[in-house]
Write a protein that binds this ligand. Structure first.
Ligand code: ADP
Length: 597
């Protein structure tokens, strides 16, 4: 990471540091106090030792030893306090960052999620925030402490014996370099293990959720082989990590050995020559011993800081993505609401390029309280058109308006509070049926939930579930059929009781009898409200006040059922084809009865 990058990343955290200024000042204070106590340890030991060597008597010796023990104890306590304090602050910042990130993610439009893989976003929310926490905790403590630790120790050592200080510290720059190298290798090995774990868990998750497909295509063998190769790769990565990380303690033992040799060699001669006393010699030895651990972990700390700053940049990348769809400053909403929707000269493309227009020159008025039916071939833009009403995508060419006000002028949350949309592929959360139905209206009581379920013709199915409304559905619960999922999603939309209802091919997996019963319910529930129905079924469309046929993104037919059915266009062909299908089904049914009879 470049220095500018590191500085930029830290500048990004400034508001979070500012929130915890008090904790950091106290933390820094405790680190400095720890350093002072750390540096005082060896001279106190030397002081006690010289009392022994000079035969000053038990009382004096015990008094000096007590001072040494007291300072050692105080140093341990302050060390514990400074670590707990700063590590907890790092956890608080991680918590705040994670919440801010999630708030931001929720503001980003659907289009953002098409571009960013879910796994990547999850890894940013979990792994990157962990790395930032490590940097703010362990990283900051050691970075704050290391210079003071060296300066204080070297100062005392120089005051005792400048030449020996110089000699015994000669290998330290080499240690730092070595430790840095080891830190890097260790960090890379650690990352490789993380990556391997990520790949393995992805594979397990995919194989389990796609188990039906694995079995249907008899792919167990191939899946097993893929899994084995991922496990083997993870095993190799683990072995490498163990090898690298066991080298660090080895180095931690070897290095002081080398320095100690210098101290013994030169210090011993100084003691023999009478230039240094034995106690001073021990003070030196103790300093060298004490400095070993902070020196060895410097490499690791460098790696933590490097990874942490890279993670801040990755988080920053998400946080800096401006929500392209948001309420304009000063956006307001009309006081009274009627529900008229209008599209004017609307052109739309997902990529923003003119040549890939998904909707072309749409001009359409949906009067308040009317039902609009939309049909057309797959991929003709039906879902796109209805998704523009709650502003799931940004309109930049032409206008969509609600009650005569451009959607871009509406306050976004007010706009969406007026609309209930049931998407093509309904999503159920892993929670109870009741909670799934009241998802958008958490204050709904059981009575409202049952009413919505009954309007969506779901009560019969719920009665058969083991714990009725309390049955957990979705990934970790009972699996519902396609039609049941669609009707649960419909009940969820109905429980919202919003003035505009959009059904995007919602009843495609529901049989025609249930469908017509639901239509009856909707007719009375939504009388006088605006309803938009996207469907391929004539039965769902025929009673609409207005039907449009979208072909290749443009309106190719528009009118009521009778007009379009007689018009000789796409709609009339669909009507004929479905009438033929119905006849064949009837004949099949009759044939079945004859043979059964
Ligand atoms: P329909 O609902 O009529 O089946 P859609 O509105 O889903 O049609 O899709 C219309 C066209 O837009 C299709 O060509 C489809 O591939 C494309 N499309 C749909 N969603 C996206 C998207 N998120 N990004 C890019 N293209 C899309």
């Amino acid at each position: 990471m470049s220095q500018r990058g590191a500085r930029g990343a830290l500048a990004y955290l400034r508001p979070y540091f500012a929130n915890h200024q008090r904790e950091y000042i106290l933390g820094a204070g405790s680190v400095i106090l720890y350093v002072a106590l750390f540096a005082a340890g060896p001279p106190l030991f030397g002081w006690a030792l010289s009392a022994v060597l000079q035969g000053l008597g038990t009382e004096v010796i015990l008094g000096r030893v007590a001072w040494f023990v007291l300072v050692a104890l105080a140093s341990a306590c302050v060390r514990f306090f400074s670590r707990t304090f700063l590590f907890n602050t790092a956890r608080s910042i991680e918590y705040e960052l994670r919440n801010d990130l999630f708030v931001h993610l929720q503001k980003l439009p659907q289009a953002f999620y098409f571009d960013w893989p879910t796994g990547d976003l999850m890894s940013r929310c979990v792994n990157d925030l962990n790395s930032i926490r490590l940097m703010l905790g362990v990283g900051i403590v050691n970075i704050l402490q290391a210079p003071f630790l060296y300066l204080a120790s070297i100062a005392v050592m120089i005051s005792l014996n400048p030449t020996l200080t110089l000699l015994s510290l000669t290998p330290f720059p080499l240690f730092i370099l070595l430790a840095r190298g080891f830190g890097r290798v260790n960090h890379a090995a650690n990352l490789a293990v993380q990556e391997g774990l990520g790949r393995l868990s992805n594979q397990v998750q995919e194989s389990i959720s796609g188990i039906a497909l694995v079995k249907a295509y008899a792919m167990e063998g191939a899946t097993q082989r893929k899994f084995e190769s991922a496990t083997e790769s993870l095993y190799r990565r683990h072995v490498r990590l163990v090898r690298v990380s066991s080298a660090i303690p080895t180095m931690a033992r070897l290095l002081p050995g080398l320095t100690m040799w210098i101290v013994l060699w030169f210090g011993g001669r100084a003691v023999q020559g009478g230039q240094m006393d034995v106690a001073e010699f021990f003070v030196f030895a103790l300093y060298i011993h004490q400095l070993t651990f902070p020196t060895v972990i410097i490499g690791w700390v460098f790696a933590i800081v490097q990874r942490g700053t890279a993670s801040i940049e990755r988080i920053q990348e998400v946080l800096d993505t401006e929500p392209s769809i948001k309420s304009r400053i000063g956006a307001s909403s009309p006081a009274a609401f009627s529900g008229e929707i209008a599209f004017q000269n609307l052109n739309f493309s997902y990529t923003g390029e003119e040549k890939s227009l998904v909707l072309k020159d749409i001009n359409l008025d949906v009067p308040a309280g009317s039902v609009l039916g939309i049909t057309g071939p797959v991929g003709s833009g039906k879902t796109t058109l209805v998704s523009l009403i709650p502003r799931l995508f940004k309109v930049s060419d032409g206008m969509v308006s609600l009650d005569g006000v451009d959607l871009n002028e509406w306050d976004l949350s007010d706009l969406r509070k007026n609309i209930a949309m049931v998407p093509q592929d309904p999503f159920l959360f892993s929670m109870s049926v009741a909670d799934n139905i009241s998802y958008g209206s958490p204050n709904s009581g059981m009575e409202e939930i049952s009413r919505a379920a009954s309007a969506a013709r779901l009560m019969g199915d719920i009665d058969e579930l083991p714990r009725r409304f309390a049955t957990v559905v979705g990934e970790r619960g009972v699996m519902l059929s396609g039609g049941q999922r669609q009707r649960t999603a419909l009940a969820r939309a109905l429980a919202l009781r919003r003035p505009i209802l959009i059904l995007d091919d919602t009843l495609s997996a529901v049989d025609s009898q249930t469908e017509s019963a639901i239509q009856g319910e909707l007719g009375s529930l939504y009388k006088g409200k605006t309803v938009i129905v996207v469907s391929h079924r004539v039965s769902s469309l025929k009673d609409a006040d207005q039907i449009i046929v979208l072909i290749d993104g443009a309106i190719s037919e528009q009118g009521v059922h009778d007009e379009l059915a007689a018009g000789g266009g796409w709609y009339s062909r669909m009507v004929r084809a479905q009438a033929l299908e119905d006849e064949i089904q009837l004949l099949d049914g009759a044939g079945g009865e004859v043979s059964d009879g």
